[in-house]
Design a protein around this ligand. Structure first.
Ligand SMILES: Cc1cc2nc3c(=O)[nH]c(=O)nc-3n(C[C@H](O)[C@H](O)[C@H](O)COP(=O)(O)OP(=O)(O)OC[C@H]3O[C@@H](n4cnc5c(N)ncnc54)[C@H](O)[C@@H]3O)c2cc1C
Length: 414
């Protein structure tokens, strides 16, 4: 058994969250007020442009938050120190994310911490030229990225993707279509995963950095999901030519790099679900105390008390799982290539336990409110939809259980 070291928030996490709180109270609050005057919707329920994409004013408000957060050194605590990030470990990032989600709720503040559009463990392996062109601006919040792995025909079965890249002189030429890509409408740089050596298994894929304005790249229509955020779409690559310096890592590293991006998103579930869970529980306790039925607050009904207790139990155990697993992973090297053989099981435990616990929490938060919980884009209704979504992207709950079982059975002959 791995020894669990420390799950407490470090001093630099405390310093970070104090600065983040000030940033929320000042910059984010002001930008939020300006956005409210634009009749463009809210950060969690934007209006859309004629193509179904997030309203430009909401996108621009988020971008301004990102740029300012980048300037204040708040945007990329998870990125390595050597690329200009904070160099925080996984336990530290759990605490940071828990704070950010708990105190931002569904507001603009969420944009202040690098999310799928930001710097990530995969792109940190880019060449020196790409570092200057894309990675440094990403860490500063000056540009945004999209991770282009999934295709409409292939999700979980990633090694069967059709998008491919062929060598032509010193360049690579990419052809294919990616689907369900977050930030496809707006990204400046695309992290495209493509087949470079068919039949080579986990060495068959490579990752390329592609300028979103490059000839041959077409941004497709929005794919409206239950999130209703106008951020997800398709991207077509028709003979897109990139030089060899745009390869991330080495040719054949694509699967491992894609997994490092995906594992990063899986691990972020811990702090996210703990933070939003705590926010929903506070709101539920408050509502149960105020809402009267039969001449007394519903909080006096044992059935409501049990709902609150169940929410707390789910949040507590999912949070504990995240902190303990992330402490173990801090010791293993979470994004190593090759990944430590114990890492996938632990990463998938964090995702599946948090996704499923948070779904129950969000469902109960709606139930505590009755009809009020169903009002469109109220925090409870929106987070119920978000919670339903969480069980699919970055690997479905079934794929997580596959990884957990593989970890358990590894090295044990029947
Ligand atoms: C809102 C949203 C944002 C997304 N953002 C991105 C993004 O930015 N970049 C990106 O590349 N992708 C993105 N995705 C895609 C996402 O990662 C995939 O949807 C996900 O991996 C599942 O793939 P699929 O939808 O093709 O489902 P499928 O793989 O077709 O799965 C269908 C069902 O079969 C089950 N199943 C499939 N294979 C197995 C198996 N081997 N064992 C057991 N059960 C199995 C699944 O669990 C599921 O229940 C996003 C998706 C959504 C909804």
């Amino acid at each position: 058994m791995t020894t669990v070291v420390d799950i407490a928030a470090s001093e630099r996490v405390t310093a970070y969250t104090e600065r983040f709180r000030e940033f929320l109270d000042n910059d984010v609050a002001r930008l939020g007020e300006e956005l409210a005057g634009r009749e463009a919707g809210t950060p969690s329920q934007p209006r859309f442009d004629e193509q179904g994409r997030m309203h430009p004013a909401v996108w621009e408000a988020r971008r301004e938050v990102q740029r300012r957060a980048g300037g204040a050194g708040l945007y990329a605590p998870h990125a390595g120190v050597e690329v200009g990030g904070g160099g925080f470990g996984l336990v530290e990032m759990h605490h940071v994310e828990e704070f950010v989600y708990r105190h931002s709720g569904l507001g603009l503040g969420l944009a202040a911490l690098g999310w799928t559009e930001g710097p990530n463990p995969a792109i940190e392996h880019c060449s020196g030229a790409m570092r200057e062109r894309y990675l440094t601006p990403l860490v500063k919040g000056e540009i945004t990225a999209a991770f282009c792995n999934t295709e409409l025909g292939v999700g979980s079965d990633v090694l069967r993707m059709a998008t491919h890249a062929v060598r032509d002189g010193g360049d690579w030429v990419i052809n294919g279509t990616k689907g369900w890509i977050t930030n496809s409408h707006f990204a400046d740089v695309l992290q495209v995963v493509a087949v470079t050596e068919p039949g080579a298994g986990t060495r068959s894929l490579s990752m390329f950095l592609v300028d979103a304005d490059a000839p041959g790249v077409t941004r497709g229509p929005d794919l409206p999901t239950t999130l209703a955020d106008g951020l997800t779409g398709t991207l077509e690559f028709a003979g897109v030519r990139v030089p060899a310096e745009n390869v991330v890592g080495e040719i054949g590293d694509g699967f491992a790099l894609a997994m490092s991006w995906i594992n990063w998103r899986r691990l972020c579930r811990g702090g996210m679900c703990a933070g939003w869970g705590a926010w929903l529980l506070e709101r539920s306790v408050d509502y149960a105390r105020r809402r009267q039925s039969g001449g007394k607050p519903i909080a006096e009904q044992q059935v409501i008390q049990h709902m609150l207790a169940n929410m707390h139990a789910d949040i507590y155990q999912a949070r504990a799982t995240s902190l303990v697993a992330q402490a173990e992973l801090d010791g293993l090297g979470p994004y190593g290539r090759p990944l430590h053989p114990d890492a996938p099981r632990l990463i998938s435990l964090v995702k599946v336990i948090n996704d499923e616990a948070f779904f129950r929490v969000a469902d109960t938060a709606v139930q505590v409110r009755g009809a009020v919980g169903l009002i469109q884009d109220s925090p409870e209704e929106k987070l119920f939809r978000v919670a339903r979504n969480l069980r699919i992207p970055a690997g479905t709950t079934e794929i997580q259980r596959n990884a957990i079982a593989r970890g358990l059975l590894r090295g044990r002959a029947a």
